[in-house]
Ligand binder design. Structure first.
Ligand code: FAD
Ligand code: EPU
Length: 337
């Protein structure tokens, strides 16, 4: 059975800490709760949105509708061999608690994705990634309920159309599904991925290379650059790192020889948006209650009682400056509500 909460405060349900409320908030802890609620909702006029941990959204005002909060719990082993283990996880499980659980069990595959906020059900939507790993590397299946038909559906990895911070759930299926379970394939003798940034260096400080030390190294690096949402409201990277043609990058390199460039293929490269934003002079910048983090220019912060509009205003100023200076369009990663 689910409860419908009225005039519900969302300040603790969005990591930006924006002080807004929703007309109705509906936590659902089972698939049957979700279908039951959808059956009722189809006769209502008010809109519906899904909210997990609220770490990739920016509310620009109160939500005049229903917010469904999938809260399905549980980690179940569905397959196991000497080398691998497949686990099906409820959408409402906390992502980092799941990572910690895997590391404790010595199941490899998600350790580089330590300390990413949010819920398991959301991880496939933008194909969360960090330190050289993306969740697409370990997801085998995404289960969901279709909002219009209330039918159960599932998508195997190849059907999810995963890309950099992208999937079918952000495109064709946006707003059409409620993800209920995600299944992961983890390795008992994992090959570690240690090439990103200073991960290797940080690991040397800890000694032995094992899952627990990789997790600790990732946590140390992340804590040195990213603000803790409980202390400073933010949603991680506000923009995606732009992917541009190699020719354009070569021209930028003539003007800014120190520009970091990551090769994607022979035609395309990725540029760190944090570098562009810092170069444009926005690092540490404050605009009313909104600001740019002083240790990572890709992270916009709530300096106190910012409204969503103040954050957006700053984001648009940054986008304009980056177009003028580099002729590059920054796409927002955060979902604006
Ligand atoms: P929410 O913010 O609740 O929702 C995001 C979107 O998904 C919304 O559009 C929502 O409607 C939809 N949605 C949520 N749950 C469901 C569901 N069950 N079914 C259908 N739709 C749903 N991301 C990375 O990839 N890498 C990082 O390193 C990283 N670092 C971060 C660091 C910080 C400090 C913060 C605050 C964020 C960071 N993020 C990072 C972004 C964020 O953690 C991820 O995008 C995360 O997956 C969001 O999960 P959530 O449950 O909080 O999603
Ligand atoms: N940089 C600067 N100045 C800054 C920030 C970054 O010059 O203020 C440059 C530096 O050259 C640095 C490079 O950007 O070496 C990359 O920075 P970092 O390793 O911090 O990663 P990022 O590209 O800024 C991406 C993800 C993060 C993820 C990290 C680690 C995106 C949009 N962001 O950030 O994900 O944690 O890599 O893998 O791809 C998120 O999506 O919310 C998120 C935090």
């Amino acid at each position: 059975m689910f409860e419908i909460k009225e005039n519900f405060a969302l300040k603790n349900f969005n990591t930006f800490g924006i002080n807004v409320k929703t007309k109705y908030f509906v936590p659902c802890s089972s698939e049957s709760d979700i279908t039951e609620f959808l059956n009722i909702h189809k006769n209502m006029d008010l809109p519906l949105m899904i909210l997990g941990g609220g770490s990739n959204v920016l509310f620009t005002g109160d939500y005049d509708g229903y917010i469904l909060h999938p809260n399905i719990k549980g980690i179940e082993i569905v397959n196991e061999t000497n080398d691998e283990i497949e686990v099906r996880v409820g959408a409402g499980e906390d992502w980092d608690e799941f990572v910690e659980f895997c590391v404790e069990k010595s199941w490899g595959g998600v350790e580089n994705l330590s300390l990413i906020p949010g819920n398991v059900g959301t991880c496939p939507i933008q194909n969360i990634g960090a330190y050289g790993v993306e969740v697409k590397d370990v997801v085998t299946k995404v289960e969901a309920i279709e909002i219009d038909t209330q039918k159960r559906v599932q998508y195997i990895n190849e059907e999810c159309e995963f890309g950099y911070r992208d999937s079918i759930f952000k495109r064709k299926l946006k707003g059409k599904l409620i993800i209920t379970y995600v299944t992961f394939l983890l390795k008992k003798q994992p090959k570690f991925k240690l090439n990103y940034g200073n991960l290797n260096e940080q690991l040397k400080v800890l000694g032995e290379v094992n899952l627990n030390n990789i997790r600790q190294a990732v946590i140390t690096i992340r804590e040195s650059k990213l603000p803790k949402p409980e202390e400073t409201g933010n949603a991680g990277s506000f923009f995606k790192n732009p992917i541009i043609k190699k020719g354009k990058a070569d021209r930028l390199k003539e003007k800014w020889p120190e520009i970091p460039i990551y090769i994607i293929n022979e035609n395309l490269v990725k540029i760190p948006a944090g570098w562009l934003i810092e170069k444009a002079g926005f690092k540490s910048k404050q605009m009313g209650n909104a600001g740019v983090h002083d240790k990572q220019a890709l992270v916009l912060i709530n300096r106190g009682n910012a409204t969503g509009e103040e954050i957006i205003h700053l984001a648009r100023d940054i986008q304009k400056a980056i177009i003028i200076l580099f002729d590059i369009e920054l796409e927002m990663e955060v979902n604006i509500i």
